[in-house]
Design a protein around this ligand. Structure first.
Ligand code: HEM
Length: 219
């Protein structure tokens, strides 16, 4: 999953955002890397250990099913419940079922994203990011690291950082969704190592709203 390739930048994320140091991986921060690693550990352990006779394809498909189930459980059962509140959560049948299968799927509903949703509304998540992330050692000792110093630099995950960070993420709350956003995203987004400043995510959001012709509050 991790790519330590230090070659010339060729991936599309790098072409779009030129501010990072050429390590062409898709992991914005070690936080993302540790979460993704955590999601894939369960299927890795349960399928590889319990079903040694499965071929590569079967292993892949079964592991994929488990990862999808994990993501759906977190997204629907935990995240969306908090984001949309109990009223919409129940009215739109977003609840995860205790047993049986979801039968309300409607193939006639267009699943495409509404412009206002991706260009503006769902970007509310940017205000919930912390500026620094806690790492908890097995002894319980805590350290932390700044987001601004670690964009596209997940390489300490190779050196035991994963467990520390997963413990920290399980313990640390996201910020409240509000009008404020941490400086790591407004002045230091994708900052190149050794540089003073990076990009500004809020400016990008506002400009993207203009690109997409999102209507202003007053017009
Ligand atoms: C440290 C955390 C995050 C970083 C560094 C980050 C960074 C970015 C960047 C650079 C973009 C592209 C901006 C553009 O070119 O218009 C973007 C888009 C977006 N982000 Fe984030 N983001 C973060 C967290 C989140 C969270 C927590 C959410 C929602 C819960 C979120 C929702 C979105 C959405 C909906 C878009 C637009 C996607 C699209 O139009 O395809 N982001 N983010």
């Amino acid at each position: 999953m991790l790519n330590e390739d230090k070659e010339e930048i060729t991936c599309s994320c790098a072409q779009k955002y030129q501010e990072f140091d050429g390590t062409c991986n898709r992991l914005q921060s070690p936080r993302d890397g540790s979460s993704f690693t955590c999601l894939t550990r369960l299927p890795q352990q349960s399928t590889l250990t319990n079903f040694p006779c499965w071929n590569d394809e079967r292993l892949f498909q079964e592991a994929k099913r488990i990862v999808i189930a994990e993501i759906q459980m977190i997204t629907y059962n935990e995240f969306l419940r908090l984001v949309v509140g109990p009223c919409y959560y129940n009215n739109f049948l977003l609840r995860t079922l205790q047993n049986g299968f979801y039968t309300a799927y409607n193939p006639n509903i267009n699943p495409g994203m509404i412009n206002e949703f991706t260009s503006a509304c769902f970007r509310f998540g940017h205000s919930t990011s912390q500026s620094s992330f806690i790492e908890i050692q097995s002894s319980g000792n805590r350290t932390n690291f700044k987001l601004r110093n670690n964009f596209f630099h997940p390489f300490d995950l190779y050196n035991g950082q994963t467990e520390l960070l997963v413990r920290g993420l399980a313990d640390q709350l996201a910020q409240k969704s509000d009008n404020f956003i941490v400086e790591d995203l407004t002045n230091h987004l994708y900052r190149r190592r050794g540089k003073m400043f990076g990009l500004d995510l809020m400016t990008t959001n506002i400009q993207r709203g203009r690109d997409h012709r999102i209507r202003p509050f007053v017009d």
